[in-house]
Design a protein around this ligand. Structure first.
Ligand code: GDP
Ligand code: MG
Length: 164
């Protein structure tokens, strides 16, 4: 059975762009995978002979009511995707920099005990040091990436698949 990798993060950071890079638009045959529902997008990914399922989510909202509750940031489908996943890829935006919503999502991901790979996306056109501030999330060294150019993808795939 293939490992499941979920792409998590606030809107517009580049999750779907990364999904398309991972899958090269191959759609996963997941109809017979029990427990996986259809309201998230699944794709088949492969790197150097290792295969996994990647899950895209559109569901982390910005409906912050000020309570600071994690559900202000994360929809039901994001929770489900996280629950289904063996590995989380947490995507952030190096252009906008680290914001409160990233911190809330990061805190939640900490509690899961699942491997989290932190991506600082959109490094094209930003200062080389821009990804460094995401280190403060306590999720390790961020992977600098320009998903729309495929830059940084190899490093991430190498590490994600290392134990598969
Ligand atoms: P999602 O909401 O997290 O799924 O984000 P999308 O993948 O839809 O991307 C949101 C916007 O950011 C789109 O206009 C993308 O073209 C753009 N985008 C994604 N990745 C990059 C990147 O690496 N660099 C730049 N400059 N733009 C990007
Ligand atoms: Mg999307």
């Amino acid at each position: 059975i293939k490992p499941v990798v979920a792409l998590i993060g606030r809107p517009n950071v580049g999750k779907s762009t990364l999904f398309n890079q991972f899958t090269k638009s191959r759609q996963a045959l997941v109809a017979d995978m029990s427990g996986l529902t259809r309201d998230r997008q699944y794709g088949d990914a492969e790197y150097e002979g290792k295969s996994f399922i990647v899950v895209d989510t559109g569901g982390i909202g910005e409906a912050d009511d000020g309570s600071g509750n994690i559900d202000d940031y994360m929809s039901e489908q994001s929770h489900t995707a996280i629950h289904e996943a063996d590995i989380i890829v947490f995507v952030t935006d190096a252009r906008s920099g680290l914001i409160g919503a990233d911190e809330e999502i990061g805190k939640f991901l900490h509690t899961l005990g699942k491997p989290v790979y932190l991506v600082a996306n959109k490094i094209d056109g930003v200062h080389d040091a821009a990804p460094a501030e995401f280190y403060a999330l306590g999720l390790g060294e961020p992977y600098p990436m320009a998903a729309s150019h495929g830059r940084g993808l190899g490093n991430l795939l190498e590490d994600i698949t290392a134990d598969m």
